[in-house]
Design a protein around this ligand. Sequence first.
Ligand code: A2P
Length: 357
Amino acid sequence: MSPDQHFAAAAAIDGAASRSLPARPSVAVVGATGAVGVELIACLEDRGFPLSRLRLLASPRSAGRTVIFRDETLAVEALGEGSFAGVDLALFSAGSGISRHYAPIAAAAGAIVVDNSSAFRMDADVPLVVPEVNQGAAAGHRGIIANPNCVAIIAAVPLWPLHRLSPVQRVVAATYQAASGAGAAAMEELRASTAAYLEGRHYANTVLAHPYAFNLFSHDTAVDAATGSNGEEAKVMQELRKILGEPELRIGITCVRVPVLRAHSIAMTVEFERPVALDAVRAALAAAPGVRLVDDVARNHFPMPREASGQGDVLVGRIRHDASDPSGRSVMLFVAGDQLLKGAALNAVQIAERLLP
Ligand code: A2P
């Protein structure tokens, strides 16, 4: 299927029979105290999401904690099977185990679930959505819509306009992934272990498997002995193929955790079917929703995680032909996006916004 056919097929699902949201939905955030949960609440507030009620759900450890939302003080409640009565939209970010158990309960109670975990992403009847690429697919949901892996989202946003410019055959990438991808506790471990290192104190890491300060290491998911890929790499490869509607797309990726707080970076080599001009690549990226070119060669100013943090665009730069491929078909890019925002909370809220009437 060509990229345009994929886009049309996804769009054609629009108007299908599945539920959409009322004009002012009642919303629940599951995992409201976590790194992504906090950003989900902030996105709902900052973007003026038209909700009638917000329920904040987390583990019993957090019950009673309060959060200010639109000048109102809301108490966090312990998640339970009865938490979803009257809820129209449930935004889940409390890990796969919680999603597997509670997302079907929320959907059965009448909510549309946008799930940030990996629990349902590769299920054939669950849309896996990046709004800039395949929002139309969301309309075919059966109660659960999956928010993709953070690297898959941040890579898909610039890959899609390039794929529409000229079919992409192969992607080779390496990631520089922030602490936030492992949750609020990992962000705290980065802060605390860095402070200890600078003060010459011993720090015993408890969240990640290796010393994090002034270090980097292969992503903390298990390596599959048969393929040599770790869990994160496998997710990114299969999810990108599903999002882009290209089941045969060739992808190779190395995922690495770096001591950065909250934005992921990716070095990507994109191989097209035919030679492409860099001007056309730049023009396609400049016009793409969700992309911001940061490509100031004179000042050596390119995407950086610090500049990507706290905002919603995917920054793209270092655009050049791959010198190892004289055919002119391969283009190299460096990309950075906020893992907590576009890589998680913002993407989920953007999916939900497009389900409003
Ligand atoms: P809590 O803070 O009460 O433990 P992160 O990804 O930053 O680690 O956050 C995980 C989120 O998932 C937190 O909001 C956490 O709540 C929530 N969570 C963890 N375990 C449970 C559980 N058993 N029931 C409900 N929420 C949970």
